[in-house]
Design a protein around this ligand. Structure first.
Ligand code: PGA
Length: 256
C-alpha cells in the first residue's frame, strides 16, 4: 500500500521573509496533529536554506523545484543536487510541465536529472501529464507511456521505489479546471499498471502517485477517495497557509 503525500509547489513565489513566515505558521498549525499525510513544501531556491532551519525537526520535508544533472561545473545559472542537499532538501521536483513548456526540458534530460537526484540522495517527484490537445486526440496513454518509458529509462526497481510520480494534466495546471476524480483515477490506474507491467506488481502497489492540477480544499477529498490517488502536488492553493492546511487535513475537513 502506497504512502500518502501532500506536496506544495510554490513555483516562483515568496521572498525569503515570506517563505520563512509561511513555514513557521505551517509548522505551528500542524504541530501535534494526528494522522497527517507526509508533507512536502517546495519553495524557490533562494528560500530553501532559511526554510530548512524553520522546519528542522518537524514532519515537514523540503523539496526544490528543479536541479541540474551535473554535480558542478560551468553551467551558469544552474543548481546541483549536492547544493540542494546542503540547503536542506530531501526531495526535488523533476520534469514539471512548466519546465517542459518554458525551458524545453525533454524526457531524455529529465531521465538524466532523475539519475542525478537519486545519486545525490534526493527523492524525486517526477511530473508527467498530457496537454489538452493530446487529450482531445485521445492520446493520453501514448503520451504518458512515452514519458514513463523515456523518463524512467534504465532505472531499476530500487530507484523507482524512491520516486514519487505526479500525474499533472497540463490543461488542469493553474487553470481552475481539475480533472474529474474519474479522469484522474483512470490515468493513475494506467500509470500503476505500466509499472506493474515493466517492473513488478509489488513495486506498482508501493509507488506513490500524486495528482496535480488545480487541487483545492474543496476538491481534495473527492480526489483522495480514488483508489489509485496517493496524494497531491498543489500549486496555487499551497501558497496560503490556511488553504494548504485544509488540503493536508482533507480527512477531517471533508465537505467543508
Ligand atoms: P496548480 O499547480 O495547483 O496551481 O494547478 C499545480 C502544479 O503545477 O504542480
Amino acid at each position: 500500500m502506497a504512502r500518502t503525500v501532500i506536496a506544495g509547489n510554490w513555483k516562483m513565489n515568496k521572498t525569503i521573509g515570506e517563505a520563512v513566515a509561511f513555514a513557521a505558521a505551517l509548522r505551528k498549525a500542524l504541530a501535534d496533529k494526528p494522522d497527517l499525510p507526509e508533507i512536502v513544501i517546495a519553495p524557490p531556491f533562494t528560500a530553501l536554506h532559511a526554510v530548512s532551519a524553520v522546519i528542522s525537526g518537524s514532519a515537514i520535508c523540503l523539496a526544490a523545484q528543479n536541479m541540474h544533472e551535473a554535480e558542478k561545473g560551468a553551467f551558469t545559472g544552474e543548481i546541483s543536487g549536492v547544493m540542494l542537499r546542503e540547503a536542506g532538501c530531501s526531495s526535488v521536483i523533476i520534469g514539471h510541465s512548466e519546465r517542459r513548456t518554458f525551458f524545453g526540458e525533454k524526457n531524455q534530460s529529465i531521465n538524466k536529472k532523475l539519475f542525478a537526484a537519486l545519486r545525490t540522495g534526493l527523492n524525486p517527484i517526477f511530473c508527467i501529464g498530457e496537454t489538452l490537445q493530446e487529450r482531445e486526440e485521445n492520446r493520453m496513454e501514448e503520451v504518458i507511456g512515452a514519458q514513463l518509458k523515456e523518463g524512467l529509462n534504465n532505472l531499476d526497481d530500487s530507484d523507482i521505489r524512491r520516486i514519487l510520480i505526479a500525474y499533472e494534466p497540463v490543461w488542469a495546471i493553474g487553470t481552475g479546471k481539475t480533472a474529474t476524480p474519474a479522469q484522474a483515477q483512470e490515468m493513475h490506474r494506467f500509470i500503476r499498471n505500466w509499472i506493474a507491467g515493466g517492473h513488478s506488481k509489488e513495486l506498482s502497489e508501493e509507488t506513490v502517485i500524486l495528482y496535480g492540477g488545480s487541487v483545492t480544499p474543496q476538491n481534495i477529498a473527492l480526489l483522495m477517495s480514488q483508489p489509485d490517488i496517493n496524494g497531491a502536488l498543489v500549486g496555487g492553493a499551497s501558497l496560503d497557509v490556511e488553504s494548504f492546511v485544509r488540503i493536508v487535513e482533507y480527512k477531517s475537513t471533508q465537505g467543508v
